[in-house]
Design a binder for this molecule. Structure first.
Ligand SMILES: *Cc1c(COP(=O)(O)O)cnc(C)c1O
Length: 372
């Protein structure tokens, strides 16, 4: 292998094609940059994909989670159960509405919330369970919906990474009251910034459309402001960028799955634990995340593969270990959430994207297999 090759293999790269650029040009030429037809067209496309009729495109995945919490009336005095290992936005939205995060540790090596630990965290104040489909693998929604239905607690799926992932044949984001997706460039499909909120419940759909648009009642004539809302709208330029990527999604996922299969088969390094996919789940492989035994070992592997031009980075945070959360919830996180802490300190995301060539995948595999 050509170790000196200086062609960098980045962690991720969007797959923007000429047809996407043409779509953006069409919007630019139309002069209708926001609140035009494109957002509605892409909402219809996503409805077809997920099988859920109520979809609102919004400014980003964090705005989407924020709207879900507000729609449920969650605020001060309330508790929301979330995994201790995720991107920090999952917890931030709970904090900004004034509610309390109740963290639950994750399982290894699925990196998803441990459903057995959820029950003991439920109190009178629990107003939502917010599982994360970490790295594009559905959390155990069968178990989570059983717990939530038993207690009558709404579920908000943080499916930011999981467009196209399935659990027992059902699309991520369609199990709970809400499913929230992100279209940040790190995700499988990107509009630069962007997100969407999915709900099967028409009463929430209307509220979300109102809140994302300054509190203007949808289709009200004359225009009426019925509550204090946000500007969380997506532009038509962003929707235009999404359209083709969503139409190509199944091909994109097939390509990513083929690369992931290869990694699972060919990465052979005794120090590396590979991610596992439970029976009945189809991973969307937004991120391929491996686990080492210690933090120095993880950092050494990252430096080693960097010599082959292979980029890597940690995958997500142990949220209770971040300064704000430590100050608020205490310093016991490493004992309370050992798997989340290990995933944060010993986990590594490696390159996986549609445009990764066979030779590049081979370089990724060889770089890891030569680590000792
Ligand atoms: C990316 C991500 C978000 C935030 O989405 P943005 O579009 O960047 O706001 C939230 N939760 C998880 C799990 C994510 O991976």
């Amino acid at each position: 292998m050509n170790k000196s090759s200086n062609h960098i293999i980045p962690l991720t790269m969007p797959n923007i094609q000429q047809e996407d650029i043409n779509q953006i040009n069409d919007v630019l030429k139309s002069g209708r940059l926001v609140q035009g037809k494109k957002v509605r067209d892409v909402e219809a496309l996503l409805a077809e994909l997920t099988g859920v009729s109520h979809i609102s495109l919004v400014a980003n995945g964090t705005a989407s989670l924020h709207l879900a919490l507000i729609s449920l009336g969650i605020g001060p005095g309330d508790e929301v159960i979330i995994p201790a290992f995720s991107y920090v936005a999952t917890a931030n939205v709970v904090e900004v509405v004034g509610a309390k995060c109740v963290f639950v540790d994750i399982d290894l090596p699925t990196f998803n919330i441990n459903t057995e630990h959820i029950n003991s965290q439920i109190t009178q104040r629990t107003k939502a369970i917010m599982p994360v489909h970490e790295f594009g693998l559905c959390a155990d929604m069968t178990a989570i919906m059983a717990i939530a239905d038993f207690h009558g607690i709404p579920v908000i799926e943080d499916a930011a990474c999981a467009i196209g992932a399935t659990h027992n044949g059902r699309q991520a984001g369609t199990f709970g009251h809400f499913g929230s997706f992100s279209f940040h460039p790190r995700k499988t499909v990107t509009s630069g910034e962007g997100g969407c909120l999915v709900t099967a419940k028409p009463e929430f759909d209307k509220r979300i459309r109102t809140l994302r648009n300054h509190g203007i009642a949808p289709d009200s004539l004359p225009m009426d402001f019925v509550e204090a809302g946000f500007n969380y709208r997506m532009t038509d330029l962003q929707a235009a960028l999404l359209q083709g990527q969503i139409e190509r999604l199944s091909a994109t996922l097939a390509q990513k799955r083929a690369i992931a299969e290869r990694y699972l088969k060919e990465i052979r390094c005794s120090l590396v634990t590979l991610p596992s996919v439970p029976v009945g789940s189809e991973h969307s492989w937004q991120t391929f995340h491996i686990l080492l035994e210690s933090e120095p070992q993880r950092d050494a592997l990252s430096a080693h593969i960097r010599q082959y031009g292979v980029m890597s980075n940690y995958g997500a945070q142990c949220i209770p270990a971040m300064t704000y959360y430590r100050n608020k919830y205490g310093n016991n996180f490493w004992r309370e959430f050992p798997n989340a802490y290990r995933s944060y300190t010993c986990g590594l995301a490696i390159p996986l994207y549609e445009k990764l060539s066979d030779q590049q995948a081979e370089r990724v595999i060889d770089s890891i297999n030569s680590f000792s």
